[in-house]
Design a protein around this ligand. Sequence first.
Ligand code: OXD
Ligand code: MN
Length: 608
Amino acid sequence: MTTTLPRTLEAWVEEQTELLQPDGIVWVDGSRAQLNGLLRAMVDSGQLTQLNPEHRPYSFLARSDPDDVARVESRTFVCSKNEADAGPTNNWREPTELKAEMTELFRGAMRGRTLYVVPFSMGPVGGPLSRIGVQLTDSPYVVASMSIMTRVGDDVLSRIAAGDSWVPALHSVGAPLEPGQQDVAWPSNPTKYIAHFPESREIWSFGSAYGGNAILAKKSFALRIASVMARDEGWLAEHMLLIRVTDPGGRRFHIAAAFPSACGKTNFAMLRSTIPGWTVETLGDDITWIARGDDGRLRAINPEAGFFGVAPGTGPATNPTAVDTIWGNTIFTNVALREDGDVWWEGLTDTAPKGLTDWQGRPWNPAAGPAAHPNARFTVPASQCPSIAPDWDDPAGVPLDAILFGGRRASNVPLVAQARDWQHGVFLGATIASERTAAAEGTVGELRRDPFAMLPFCGYNMADYFGHWLELGESLGAEAPAIFQVNWFRKGSDGSFLWPGFGENGRVLTWIIQRITGEIGAADTPVGLVPTPNTIDHLAAGVSARDWEALFDLDVNSLLDEADDTERFLDGFGERLPAEVRAQLADLRRRLETRLGVEAASLQRAVA
Ligand code: OXD
Ligand code: MN
């Protein structure tokens, strides 16, 4: 049911130009010379600060409007013709009505500015899994970011000329300039809309220049619109990192992992395993597209060409590879500026250097808040990553061996568990959750559900999305990758983390690989298959026998309570929820109740 627009690129650009009324048009050709000119002009106009090239060659700092620092989910809409097709987890507006409203916002929105036409490809240009789009934008910051995050330029135009279908993505910061009016460093508009039209495969974004709202190739195209294409065409567009693990014998395995935002995807994608002989190579850190190859197995690509990573918390101890990746050619957003013209953020070093300028351009006052915004970012080419796989941009992708689902869970979820089968794996994905911390809105300890880590990114009804996963698994049969659940964040009764995480997560990866190859057995528990004794060397990771046990402790009553919470969550999808998902919940309850019975009987025996 692919709907291609009945118009040519040129006609679309002309039509939009009439509406947007820019002062000029620039077609982005993908050349270094054009990008250099754009960056130079932004430095000259004060939109970017060039960092000291001795410390950070060819790198820049952008400071956003303080009200434009993150994705705005409340202003993000999936505008399917029928509200039910957007589902209960998306904001919805009737498409004709919202288009009419947004057309008035877009009218004259680019006055005084240049309209950039950015043809882009997600995945290597012309690759079998790749898809293309064209973004119109009046933000040179967005153009520069898109030039890092995607493949842009004339090669893509050639594909369009050859007849490839493309997704139109319209973006304006919504801040027209009147003649003589002074521009600001980060133009934006208090009225924001990030709108997706799944049936016509269009994206309209107004009012924000922040990456997740404005680099439309990323969340808007590669997840929301692509998930709809994937549903209709039989593939998957997922919020997953992608890595290759090589064992001491040189065997290679490929793993995709979905964790909600801010749960360490970039760190895991760049993991340095602590187990000698095992190496991890990076293929992608945020988005993975997965489709069936000619051999019937799933193959995966990272459709992006760069990383848009969270800076705070990234340091030599947490992610030395990321620190090495951003040596230069990087655009930083909302980090702090050092006296010597380099950048800094909380977590980069233990102590803050003297004389910092904070993310809003003021001398830093530690009493007034962090020096870098908590969502400060680096935008850097993937090719600069020291752990990037040499063939990371192979258009054919890599064969997928395993899929991991994870969340931030202080209790109930073990360090690692293998799903019993694909259907159980889909249930694990559908029930991903993180506990709210004191820092977030809501009740502390309450579960925030984020199915498949796709809650803000699925472009259609998530109940249908679960169904799509189930159908795909059925068609894959024995070729389906194994599915695992992981949780690096389990806490002990004293509130401290039980597992050290980071490089030690390599031990869990090793266990996962040995399960895939059938080299080791596993213990069957109500929540899945978990490691048997001595299959993960936890002592070498500094984890005591007691803490190791606690990492897999099953509090059956608490798990039954969670099953009730899961039921309430799943009820929200109403009748569209696939019966198999409910059946999985019933199976889980049955296994837990059996376990409760066994525990009660053994208690009785002990008392007798
Ligand atoms: C991201 C996110 O920026 O998930 O990748 O929010
Ligand atoms: Mn993400």
